[in-house]
Design a protein around this ligand. Structure first.
Ligand SMILES: Nc1ncnc2c1ncn2[C@@H]1O[C@H](COP(=O)(O)OP(=O)(O)OP(=O)(O)O)[C@@H](O)[C@H]1O
Ligand code: SF4
Length: 282
């Protein structure tokens, strides 16, 4: 029986749904999907409260994608205060190892036990408050970090679910299959599969070119009896937004990121993905 009085269980008792974002392979767009998932869940209702936790310890990219580079987290007597991407509204909270590094370019060179300790601290010490959704961005593959994460969250297992991100190429799909067998081995319910970088939409004429082929994710979902949540094409507007320069002033929030994202074509497609996910979550 998982310990319901553990610091992680106590801290996460005010979080209704925890969504873990996984990918078998690096570079398929897992962090950008996690970021878009958090932004769309935030936009799904005027009262939705969302958190995003970046446990990709060696390659944290969520602060940059949310325009929050340069922020630091404050330690209060009741834990770490997350950084809010929507400023004083405080409905989109973010925590990442990126906020703990002295310089943005510093690398995290930690052995397993230190990474495990950091993950435990992220889960037990961040003052999320009431959250409808906590999105967790993980490193690529299925590593010790994933096992640590699930071990620490055993007391809240009934609120966990996962989303698998893949691209359409055969190598990425093979790695997504490994990811799927991992989730089955640890008994983690899967909300569905997202195919990212599925074709390229020309910004001039709207013609779709299937640069990396397309449809492999949907086919895998059908074969494995998973829900196919949707496909997202390569969107140059999205890269410009997520990889944009830092805010002019260190510690400030990049102006209008939430509004700018909502007008991209990716946001419109992602809205449907989120509707399907929310329906699954009930
Ligand atoms: N649909 C898309 N259209 C255009 N660019 C995309 C799309 N998805 C992701 N990208 C871009 O591709 C790059 C890699 O994406 P991202 O960092 O999300 O991948 P990742 O799977 O999290 O990588 P890793 O886990 O190896 O760090 C980023 O620059 C991101 O902005
Ligand atoms: S897709 Fe159409 S507009 Fe885009 S480069 Fe090709 S021909 Fe030109």
């Amino acid at each position: 029986m998982a310990d319901q009085s553990s610091p992680v269980a106590r801290r996460l008792q005010t979080v209704k749904n925890i969504i873990i974002v996984l990918s078998g392979k690096g570079g398929v767009g897992k962090s950008s999907v996690s970021t878009q998932l958090a932004l769309n869940l935030h936009a799904s209702s005027p009262t939705a409260k969302v958190g995003i936790l970046d446990v990709d310890l060696t390659g944290p990219s969520i602060p940059r994608m949310l325009g929050l580079d340069g922020h630091g987290v404050h330690q209060s007597s009741s834990g770490w205060v997350p950084v809010y991407a929507d400023g004083p509204e405080a409905r989109l909270a973010c925590m990442s190892v990126g906020f703990l590094l002295k310089n943005k370019g510093d690398s995290v060179v930690w052995r397993g036990p230190k990474k495990n300790g950091m993950i435990r601290q992220f889960l037990s010490d961040v003052r999320w408050g009431e959250l409808d959704y906590l999105v967790i961005d993980t490193p690529p593959g299925t590593s010790d970090e994933h096992l640590s994460l699930l071990e620490h969250m055993a007391p809240v297992h009934s609120r966990l679910s996962a989303v698998i991100v893949t691209t359409p190429q055969a190598v990425a799909l093979m790695d997504a299959m490994k990811c799927l067998s991992f989730t089955r081995a640890v008994n983690l319910p899967i909300l569905g599969l997202i195919e990212n970088m599925s074709g390229y939409v020309c910004p001039c004429c709207g013609e779709i070119s299937n640069v990396f082929s397309t449809g492999g994710g949907e086919e895998m979902a059908r074969r494995e009896e998973l829900r196919f949540l949707g496909s997202l094409p390569v969107d140059t507007e999205l890269v410009t937004l997520l990889d944009a320069a830092e805010p002019e002033k260190e510690g400030s929030v990049r102006e209008g990121i939430l509004q700018q994202y909502s007008s991209t074509s990716s946001a419109k497609l992602f809205k449907k993905i989120v509707e399907r996910m929310v329906e699954q979550l009930g």
